[in-house]
Ligand binder design. Structure first.
Ligand SMILES: *[C@@H]1O[C@H](CO)[C@@H](O)[C@H](O)[C@H]1NC(C)=O
Ligand SMILES: *[C@@H]1O[C@H](CO)[C@@H](O)[C@H](O)[C@H]1NC(C)=O
Ligand SMILES: *[C@@H]1O[C@H](CO)[C@@H](O)[C@H](O)[C@H]1NC(C)=O
Ligand SMILES: *[C@@H]1O[C@H](CO)[C@@H](O)[C@H](O)[C@H]1NC(C)=O
Ligand SMILES: *[C@@H]1O[C@H](CO)[C@@H](O)[C@H](O)[C@H]1NC(C)=O
Ligand SMILES: *[C@@H]1O[C@H](CO)[C@@H](O)[C@H](O)[C@H]1NC(C)=O
Ligand SMILES: *[C@@H]1O[C@H](CO)[C@@H](O)[C@H](O)[C@H]1NC(C)=O
Ligand SMILES: *[C@@H]1O[C@H](CO)[C@@H](O)[C@H](O)[C@H]1NC(C)=O
Ligand SMILES: *[C@@H]1O[C@H](CO)[C@@H](O)[C@H](O)[C@H]1NC(C)=O
Ligand SMILES: *[C@@H]1O[C@H](CO)[C@@H](O)[C@H](O)[C@H]1NC(C)=O
Length: 511
């Protein structure tokens, strides 16, 4: 076991504590030789929080469309579908006929028929929940080896994080270890985030690690993670940030085993992978609003009609899968900034950003709040025995403009705390999600639901250097001047800072 951390002076513990820990450690290691690990996994949990986002990638063909349709402050319209389009092109032969199969009415429409209208099942307060169980291999040797490592991890963990360290307050510190995978070792990196392949010249952004202020964060251990996840299933549910995140996890795990894609939907938006040696399943479920929504966009990602969002109905894309999943990582937010009409009981309630439509402007915070309330109500009253994590919104880093009018991100190093501020829209999104999460977390602990927060807001804010920027395109410097190109200062390069979210996830899974 390696405990080769550089302990800073504040993190020194007295010798006697170390001695006690060593003894405990030995004891645990022995126990692990004879017992399965369940018992150790029931370490009690507190909330941990984190957030994430969306996709800004579409290039509208008509620049003018933008100024008409998008209020400047509504920067999120970074579209999705262009993104989808390119994703698809990456999957298919260049001139595939997919375009004709891609109706301007998004498939979400179909998917969402048969939605759940009600989700207030009775509660069951004393619902015991083993969050991780039976995760050890059968072979004695493996049990020994992994058991020892795991015992070490836990001991180290309890020792180090005795006071419920806040994982999300800290700093990025230089790290010589570099990325855990590259464009050569992982084939699952989406073209738009494959900064290495696309020719990003600087590599400094790869040599940092997140260091919580009051404890050490152990780097992700792919082998241990996979061991713990035998027979388990995970899903990342949300928008393009969820997709960004799932790719980071799959690539990180790929050095132990390559994931095998076993499913994709027609649009390549939702996918499922399997790790055969571990019988571990990972999915990404496309559900940018988490609620039932009809989106209308043409093949180029230009809106052909306004979004219809049903605030009282959840998206069956994830509710149908809910009970079969052991771990779920939700994220949402950015899509709520788009122009949309809001419905409740199938009747219009109002809208956001729709002047001259004779509708009440309700604001995106109104709809985001309503939807999150429904999502959390559903979760809290679900009797689910797995682990459910809500990822907070992560900020974008467009400077000197928005994504569509010249905004860029050219930094090559993290910033210090206080150097950048969260913009107004992100502040509003965050306020909503934090308030609703806190309320839900209180109920969740009462009803025995394992709900946690992965709070990536602050740590992401410090990484303006981690976005693809122009390197969302392959060799952007080769493009001729007539091509209108946009920076992506929202998603993350892979490898990149988003990989550290998995360190946090692992910590949360173990706690
Ligand atoms: C977009 O451009 C095409 C061709 O340049 C034009 O026919 C179409 O009307 C434009 N659409 C909008 C909304 O401006
Ligand atoms: C965008 O919204 C802001 C605030 O809601 C408003 O002041 C501004 O006039 C709007 N701009 C456009 C182009 O609609
Ligand atoms: C592209 O389309 C052409 C004609 O439409 C077809 O002959 C060719 O096989 C296609 N290429 C691929 C890679 O499918
Ligand atoms: C995984 O499932 C298989 C088949 O149900 C079972 O034999 C095995 O013990 C399980 N492994 C773990 C670690 O739960
Ligand atoms: C990976 O990126 C490098 C440039 O950083 C490039 O030379 C190489 O061709 C890329 N490999 C793949 C498989 O994309
Ligand atoms: C794989 O895991 C699932 C539970 O997620 C279990 O039902 C199934 O039996 C396992 N299969 C094998 C071959 O272990
Ligand atoms: C929708 O229906 C519910 C229950 O039937 C009712 O309480 C609520 O007020 C209705 N909302 C609207 C906007 O009609
Ligand atoms: C605006 O809506 C109200 C009530 O929904 C309706 O009475 C009124 O006729 C509408 N006005 C216009 C110009 O459509
Ligand atoms: C949760 O469990 C309780 C008690 O078993 C049950 O009444 C309720 O219907 C369950 N809720 C859901 C959503 O399954
Ligand atoms: C791009 O624009 C620059 C001046 O802005 C010009 O010198 C150059 O020739 C152009 N390149 C191409 C490929 O059009």
């Amino acid at each position: 076991m390696q405990l080769n951390w550089k302990w800073s002076s504040e993190k020194q513990y007295p010798l006697c504590v170390k001695l006690v820990v060593s003894i405990l450690f030995l004891g645990l290691a022995f126990r692990l030789l004879f017992y399965r690990t369940n018992a150790f996994l029931n370490v009690s949990e507190t909330l941990v929080s984190v957030d994430f986002q969306e996709n800004r990638d579409r290039i509208p063909e008509n620049g003018t469309q933008l100024s008409n349709n998008f209020n400047r402050s509504v920067s999120v319209d970074l579209d999705q579908s262009r993104y989808e389009l390119t994703g698809k092109l990456n999957q298919y032969p260049e001139n595939s006929t997919q375009a004709s199969e891609n109706p301007s009415v998004s498939p979400d429409l179909e998917q969402n028929k048969g939605q759940i209208d009600e989700h207030n099942g009775a509660h069951q307060p004393d619902n015991p929940k083993p969050s991780v169980s039976d995760s050890f291999p059968e072979s004695r040797d493996q049990i020994t080896k992994k058991g020892l490592e795991y015992a070490g991890f836990l001991i180290w963990h309890d020792y180090n994080n005795a006071e419920k360290c806040d994982l999300f307050t800290g700093d990025w510190i230089p790290s010589s270890s570099g990325p855990r995978y590259t464009n050569e070792t992982c084939s699952l990196i989406e073209g738009h985030q494959n900064c290495m392949k696309n020719g990003r010249p600087d590599t400094g952004y790869l040599y940092w690690r997140w260091n919580p202020r009051d404890c050490e964060l152990r780097p992700f251990d792919a082998e241990l993670f996979l061991e713990l996840m035998r027979n388990k299933s995970w899903a990342f549910i949300g928008d393009s940030i969820s997709r960004n995140h799932v790719q980071s996890l799959l690539c990180t795990l790929s050095k132990v085993e390559q994931a095998v894609e076993v499913y994709h939907d027609e649009q390549y938006r939702s996918k499922r992978w399997h790790f055969p040696s571990y019988n571990f399943t990972v999915s990404v479920l496309w559900s940018p609003f988490l609620a039932k929504a009809a989106t209308f966009e043409d093949y180029n990602g230009v809106s052909t009609a306004d979004i219809q969002l049903h605030l009282d109905k959840l998206d069956s894309a994830w509710t149908n899968e809910f009970q079969s999943l052991d771990y779920m990582i939700f994220s949402s937010g950015k899509w709520f900034l788009k122009t949309a009409f809001y419905y409740e009981n199938d009747t219009t309630l109002g809208c956001h950003n729709c002047p001259n439509k004779n509708q009440t402007e309700l604001g995106f915070d109104f709809s985001y709040r309503k939807v999150l309330q429904n999502v959390f109500n559903f979760i809290v009253s679900s009797n689910h025995t797995g682990t459910i994590i809500y990822t907070t919104s992560s900020p974008d880093h467009f400077e000197n403009g928005e994504w569509y009018n010249g905004g860029s991100c050219r930094r090559t190093e993290p910033v210090k705390e206080g150097e950048l501020e969260v913009n107004e829209l992100n502040k509003i999104l965050r306020a909503v999600e934090m308030e609703e999460f806190e309320k839900a977390a209180a109920k969740a602990s009462e009803w025995g639901i394992n709900l946690k927060l992965l709070d990536v807001m602050q740590l992401s804010l410090l990484r303006p250097d981690g976005h693809p920027g122009l390197y969302r395109y392959f060799h952007p410097y080769d493009m001729d001047n007539s091509t209108k190109i946009f920076y992506d200062c929202l998603h993350w390069c892979l490898p990149g800072p988003i990989d550290s979210w998995n360190d946090l996830l692992m910590e949360m899974v173990l706690r």
